[in-house]
Design a protein around this ligand. Structure first.
Ligand code: PLP
Length: 456
């Protein structure tokens, strides 16, 4: 067997990349106030800011789009998606939403209230924001190794069952439901094992709490289970997915990930308990429950995309891409969250810029350096994103300084990854000349999106 794992697709339609020179990028980044979020996408060569909604759709999905039924109620496209979904969670009903956080908002407002607690392995930040804006405290209970970038373990996204049980024992009355996010985006796209999903469901059942899964990356998680969890090596992905879903009482999904579409989401519920409240919430916030704010054509693309996302050849290639870049980073002496996750590689900026003070934001500095050196756009997950400037001007810093390179699905080829690895290695060589930044302007919340900086 040849060792090279090829992209399991051919390219039918292309989008040119606009080449830029370093001198142009210096001007562009200066105009963007040293914040890559403020760049125009066309000024970026390799855009790895996020894997969310940025992937390429297949010709089958584009074909399905023409079948979209845009009826307000009872559209054919809804029933087509329902058929696919009912085969997976084996439950009904479900409601489409325009995106993942809309599904969360509808579910949380129907089930939680101020003063409650929400346990999860790790909340994705807007999920946390959704809960906290309602006065619910989001509690992360990921296993200890999930917070250690260099520790190699197969399922670093697992929930710490003891920690979760202690919380349920002490604060049970304040907990409306428990959550698990697969894969764990905040913790490096790390998977959750089937054993952990099963045990988490049993634990919540013991305390009489519903179990909700955030299933944005369920098929990547299923592939990790197949590759790493004894007993699943010969199980078809769809059966692994069905088993994963079978433990949950409900799920929310941003379909922009493993749904292989550019927009969309949904909420599914097994029991009728919250159904009326969720339906009313959906109608009030997003639209009639058979479209929920999505266009019929997008429901069609999602029905096809969910199936395509479970294709094993695709998933093998998908997980290998991140691993491949990881091997090249290892060779260049660049540290990253190990093992590589499903959708992204998280570079540990402290291994590239060990001497830069955290007050100069090393991960932000590395993001800027990657853009200047090779036009690559990643996202800082460090002290700009998670630190805060308090009212007295004092800064708090984050424990980790990471740069996430998240890979849009089916979009970049092996040579793009080779190029990126070269750029990263080059940046490491030039580390001594890389400058940190100081923030000159920032909003009160979520400052990384819009802050302005200058070179230190
Ligand atoms: C784990 C997780 N949950 C929820 C969301 C929110 O999804 P959306 O961007 O569709 O609102 C995301 C998006 O990145 C995510 O990664």
């Amino acid at each position: 067997m040849p060792k090279t794992l090829i992209e399991p697709f051919r390219i039918k339609s292309i989008e040119p990349i606009r080449m830029t020179t370093r001198a142009q990028r210096e001007e562009l980044l200066a105009a963007a106030r040293l914040n890559v979020f403020k760049l125009r996408a066309e000024d970026v060569l390799i855009d790895w800011l996020t894997d969310s909604g940025t992937g390429a759709m297949s010709s089958r999905q584009w074909g399905a789009i023409m079948e979209g039924d845009e009826s307000y109620a009872g559209a054919r496209s809804f029933y087509r998606l329902e058929k696919v979904l009912q085969e997976l969670p084996g439950r009904q009903p479900f409601g489409p939403t325009p995106r993942g956080r809309a599904a969360e908002k509808v579910l949380f407002s129907a089930t939680g209230k101020a003063g409650d607690l929400g346990p999860n392995n790790c909340h994705f930040d807007p999920t946390r924001g959704n809960l906290e804006s309602m006065g619910v405290q989001a509690v992360d209970c990921v296993v200890a190794e999930g917070l250690q970038p260099a520790t190699i373990a197969p399922f670093k996204g697992n929930i710490d069952l003891e920690k979760a049980e202690a919380l349920l024992r002490q604060e049970g009355a304040r907990i409306p439901f428990g959550m698990l996010t697969v894969t764990n985006n905040t913790g490096g796209g790390q998977p959750v094992s089937m054993a952990n999903i099963r045990a988490c469901a049993a634990l919540l059942k013991k305390y009489g709490k519903p179990f909700i899964m955030d299933v944005c990356r369920f098929s990547e998680n299923a592939m990790f289970i197949k590759m790493r969890e004894p007993g699943y090596e010969n199980t078809p992905i769809k059966d692994i997915v069905k088993e994963m879903f079978s433990y949950a009482d409900g799920a929310t999904m941003s379909a922009k990930k493993d749904g292989m579409v550019n927009i969309g989401g949904f909420i599914v519920l097994r029991s009728d308990e919250w159904l009326d409240a969720v339906r009313s919430g959906l109608i009030m916030m997003e639209g009639f429950p058979t479209y929920g704010g999505m266009a019929g054509r997008d429901l069609e693309a999602l029905a096809v995309g969910l199936e395509e996302g479970m294709d094993e050849d695709y998933l093998r290639y998908r997980l290998r891409t991140a691993e491949y870049l990881g091997e090249k980073l290892d060779a260049a002496g660049v540290g990253f969250v190990k093992p590589t996750g499903g959708h992204a590689v998280y570079i540990d900026a402290k291994t590239v810029l060990p001497d830069m003070p955290v007050a100069h934001y090393p991960a932000w500095a590395l993001c800027n350096a990657l853009y200047l050196e090779g036009g690559i756009r990643g996202v800082e997950i460090g002290s700009v994103m998670f630190g805060k400037r308090l009212d007295d001007g004092v800064e708090t810093f984050h424990s980790m300084e990471l740069v996430r390179l998240a890979f849009p699905r089916r979009m970049y080829t092996q040579s793009h990854f080779d190029y990126a690895a070269e750029v990263i290695a080059e940046v490491k060589e030039k580390a001594a000349s890389i400058r940190g930044v100081r923030i000159t302007k920032q909003p009160k919340f979520l400052r990384h999106f819009t802050c302005e900086c200058e070179w230190v």
